[in-house]
Design a protein around this ligand. Structure first.
Ligand SMILES: O=C(O)CCC(=O)C(=O)O
Length: 259
């Protein structure tokens, strides 16, 4: 029964480049994670990427500007706490990743994403259209990220937008800007972006998405913090290229049974 569901999920993932598993974390599980994250936000525990650091549209320009020290990502989630490590290596996640990787064993990267994404009321910036692989360096552009919602994610608080199937596109280099975001002034990019879908999540829902999937997100216009736990995975035969930032910390094997 579980295997049949995983097959169907894998088929959908391969086709669309993303998949949402509803209620993967139970209410006590996501409540415990959210309570843990709250302790990391007050007092703020580093390392942290601040809104002023991202340089995204709407972000304060400097840390000294109003809102500049608004946390955007609590970095190094894996090494922060045993509960976060357990989630990165949860067998329910691992079993799916192995399916999506065609039977190859998944490893969690400590170099990429590996963070708690926060979007605070007041000073959150939007993220333009991009593929996560743009700054990563692996033998193959075939990684998968997981995004566990720790509260509701809707348009109003900056839910993710994705372009289904875009992980299979070959996009000419001229269609990106210097920071490797899709140029929105080009009609062919506008036609692609017009296919976007919003990924609405509730606490405990997990989004799996491919590193070549184009995605974007808006600001948090509500008065409530949004936060999500995000890890990235590669398979046992897809290693980070030596000497790159993708190889700085070792990846960790993920158990795949017990899903
Ligand atoms: O929440 C957001 O603004 C999107 C973040 C994102 O796409 C990323 O960090 O790759």
């Amino acid at each position: 029964m579980v295997a049949a569901n995983l097959d169907a999920e894998a088929e959908q993932f391969q086709r669309d480049g993303y998949l949402v598993v509803r209620g993967l974390a139970s209410a006590p599980e996501h409540a415990a994670l959210r309570a843990l994250v709250d302790t990391m936000l007050d007092p703020l525990q580093g390392p942290v990427e601040f809104e002023a650091d991202v340089g995204y549209p709407g972000a304060p320009k400097n840390r000294a500007d109003t809102g500049g020290l608004t946390p955007r990502r609590l970095l190094h989630a894996y090494s922060r706490d045993p509960l976060l490590r357990a989630w990165a290596r949860d067998p329910r996640v691992g079993a799916r990743l192995r399916k999506f990787f065609g039977g190859r064993a998944p490893y969690v990267s400590q170099c990429h994403h590996n963070c708690i994404m926060t979007k605070h009321p007041g000073f959150s910036s939007l993220t333009s259209w991009h593929q996560d692989i743009r700054y990563w360096s692996f033998q193959r552009a075939d990684l998968i990220s997981t995004w566990l919602a720790l509260g509701p994610e809707r348009r109003a608080n900056g839910a993710l937008l994705v372009i289904p199937g875009s992980h299979r596109l070959e996009v000419d280099a001229l269609r990106y800007d210097q920071a490797l975001f899709l140029r929105t002034d080009l009609s062919e990019n506008q036609a692609l972006i017009a296919q976007a879908k919003m990924v609405e999540l509730d606490a405990g829902d997990m989004l799996f998405f491919h590193c070549r999937l184009f995605h974007a997100a808006g600001r948090n216009e509500t008065d409530q913090l949004k936060c999500s736990l995000v890890f990235s995975y590669h398979d046992e035969f897809n290693r980070p290229n030596p000497g790159t930032r993708s190889a700085v910390y070792p990846s960790v094997a993920v158990p795949v049974s017990g899903a």
